[in-house]
Ligand binder design. Structure first.
Ligand SMILES: C[S@@+](CC[C@H](N)C(=O)[O-])C[C@H]1O[C@@H](n2cnc3c(N)ncnc32)[C@H](O)[C@@H]1O
Length: 219
């Protein structure tokens, strides 16, 4: 039996937040991989070798990344949805470890600091931030767990996406009453512009590389 990889979340900011962990909220486990993430997958396949590398996948959705890059040494997946977490665990992939955790929370670094990653794949780096302070905190944590020459990879479309998640009790004929994470209108300041990512890259001595679909920062 799998142990539930979940710790209560703590934050460095005082922003009001929904408790995404109090119920078994479903979200993206049954949905198609976004075209944003497909862009990243295609890019990685063409450009990098994943064999024997350590990958951190933030926002696992339907766990496509873990299913595809099975030659990786280790894939750690992070999600805020218990539905996604359960779905991922059922795949029973030996190199895949999944955590129910908010990437903007203090627990993120507690969970991930025992690993070092060659790739951090986060399709929606800033999309779900509660504030700039927490976004910067998350980014600093990413750098702490990234190997030298490691890469943080994101999607140009994902950089422009800015929905919020709200927990909801809902009804469908197939699932009857169930809990889900519903996307609601978010904050436009969570659009991650090229200017902003340029500044982040300069401030942190990272090499910025991008095309019209995918962007990555090298340590
Ligand atoms: C729109 S879904 C996309 C799923 C998948 N990345 C894809 O592109 O197909 C957004 C993903 O981000 C995750 N997510 C949202 N907010 C998060 C947060 N604060 N910390 C970690 N994961 C988060 C959700 O659990 C979900 O897996």
């Amino acid at each position: 039996m799998k142990i539930l990889n979940m710790i209560e979340n703590k934050y460095i900011c005082n922003c009001k937040k929904y408790n995404l962990f109090e119920k078994d909220y479903i979200y993206w486990e049954d949905r198609e991989t976004t075209s944003d993430e497909l862009d990243i997958i295609k890019f990685i396949k063409n450009k990098f070798h994943i064999k024997d590398k350590n990958l951190l996948h933030i926002g696992i959705g339907n766990s496509k990344i873990a299913s595809i890059f099975n030659e990786a040494d280790k894939i750690v997946g992070i999600t805020v949805s218990k539905g996604e977490f359960n779905f991922a665990n059922k795949l029973n992939l030996s190199n895949y470890e999944i955590f129910l955790c908010d990437k903007y929370s203090e627990n993120f670094i507690n969970i991930t600091q025992k690993f070092k990653f060659d790739f951090i794949i986060d399709t929606n780096l800033k999309s779900y931030s509660c504030c700039l302070k927490s976004f910067n905190y998350m980014f600093t944590n990413y750098l702490k767990i990234l190997n030298l020459d490691g890469k943080i990879i994101t999607s140009r479309k994902g950089m422009n996406w800015y929905k919020k998640l709200k927990p909801k009790l809902t009804f469908s004929l197939k699932k009857l009453f169930h809990y889900k994470l519903k996307e609601i209108e978010g904050d436009k300041s969570n659009i991650l512009s090229l200017d902003e990512i340029n500044k982040i890259s300069t401030d942190n001595n990272l090499k910025l590389t991008y095309n019209e679909r995918v962007l990555y920062l090298t340590k």
